[in-house]
Design a protein around this ligand. Structure first.
Ligand code: ATP
Length: 361
């Protein structure tokens, strides 16, 4: 069982700027008082009443902590410590200061496939390690693929956000319909038993986007996106894939397969000739091909715009709530707020939209 320290986190860490927000709280830079080292503090509001939609269940946080504790790999964020107070749990995580991989790439003028592959390799190594421990991530998407730092020319990939991750137990089925519409596998939508292969589907989607700047199943609505996934409706449009190697398309095709048993595993991906070329022709192919940077930049700008839009929506809801509760003063000016501070009264298919805040569909 994970140890949650009952001490006040602020007695050990100075709380700094917001690094990001999630569904159940904020992530802030924190500074360890004894060493001066900076970390990321993930502040999660704990659900106070059963049945309430405010906050996250303590058991879910325990689950995320146990998973993080089982994962020590250079491409997976490290968990250092956990603090617990009456209302929230704080995870002290390795500070990942390089931002999102997609933002790093979008700043470049051009990128060869061979350069993109170096990042893919690290994602697959981190994922392969998780899968070897029988842990699936179940929420792989650009927002959860970060870089260790901004200063090094070749920063390391760090996978983050294990809030939906699951550790499989022998002969125990697991089903879940949570995830982000653009990236989820057909078996998730169909509420079928899941396995590690659901992550491999997301890798196929991420690779498709990385190469073309196009999201393979995206429609104007989440419902439309889910329908396209179920129908396996995707193709390599020549105007977007004109600079893509055929071996890269083969890599994607071996992941975007409806039957999870037929998809490549992370280990098999690492041996695919796109990642590990064998012949000289394959090497040359990768070096000649590049990602569709013009369209990728467009995709990324739109994705960021949607994320900001969601944050503005969230703030507006909070302001409305505060106006409704006028008279009740803010108990703490540094109070950390999140979408979960407000009840979501709209009726939506609950779990598929659990990740709506960070959804980029
Ligand atoms: P979601 O609702 O998307 O699942 P969450 O509540 O589980 O979010 P995270 O995805 O873990 O929270 O974190 C939210 C954001 O905070 C991330 O998108 C990222 O920008 C930032 N972040 C998370 N962990 C770190 C870290 N270790 N170092 C730096 N920034 C981080």
């Amino acid at each position: 069982m994970a140890v949650f320290k009952p001490e006040n986190v602020e007695d050990f860490y100075e709380i700094g700027d917001v690094l990001g927000s999630g569904h159940f709280g904020q992530v802030r830079q924190v500074r360890e008082q004894t060493t001066g080292t900076c970390w990321a503090g993930k502040f999660l509001k704990i659900r106070k009443m059963a049945g309430s939609r405010l906050g996250v269940d303590r058991s879910s946080v325990e689950h995320e902590v146990e998973i993080l504790q089982a994962l020590h790999h250079p491409n997976i964020v490290i968990l250092k410590d956990v603090f617990e107070s009456r209302a929230e749990v704080v995870l002290i995580l390795e500070l990942v200061s390089g931002g999102e991989l997609f933002d790093f790439i979008a700043e470049k003028e051009n990128l060869l496939e061979s350069e993109a592959i170096e990042f893919m390799k690290q994602i697959l190594e981190g994922l392969g390690f998780m899968h070897s421990k029988k842990i699936a991530h179940f929420d792989l998407k650009p927002e959860n693929i970060m870089l260790s730092n901004k200063v090094s020319p070749d920063p390391n990939i760090k996978l983050i956000d294990f809030g939906l991750a699951h550790r499989f137990q022998q002969s125990k089925e697991y089903r879940s319909t949570s995830g982000t519409p653009q990236y989820i596998a057909p078996e998730v939508i169909n509420n079928e038993p899941l396995g590690m292969a659901a992550d491999m589907w997301s890798i196929g989607v991420i690779t498709y986007i990385l190469l073309s700047g196009l999201s393979p199943f995206q429609s104007d609505t989440d419902e439309g996106t889910l329908k396209n996934i179920i129908a396996m409706k995707y193709e390599f449009f020549s105007q977007y894939f004109s600079t893509t190697s055929s071996i890269a398309k083969d890599f994607i095709q071996k992941l975007l397969i409806k039957n999870p048993n037929d998809r490549m595993t992370a280990e098999e991906c690492l041996l695919h000739p796109w990642i590990k070329p064998i012949t000289r022709k394959q090497v040359a192919n990768r070096n000649r091909s590049s990602i569709n940077m013009k369209n990728f930049k467009k995709f990324n700008a739109k994705r960021k715009w949607k994320m900001s839009y969601n944050i503005v929506l969230m703030c507006n809801r909070l302001i409305q709530l505060k106006l409704l509760c006028k008279g009740s003063s803010d108990p703490d000016p540094r109070q950390r707020q999140c979408e979960s501070d407000t009840e979501d009264t709209e009726s939506k298919p609950a779990s598929l939209l659990r990740r709506r805040l960070s959804s980029s569909s």
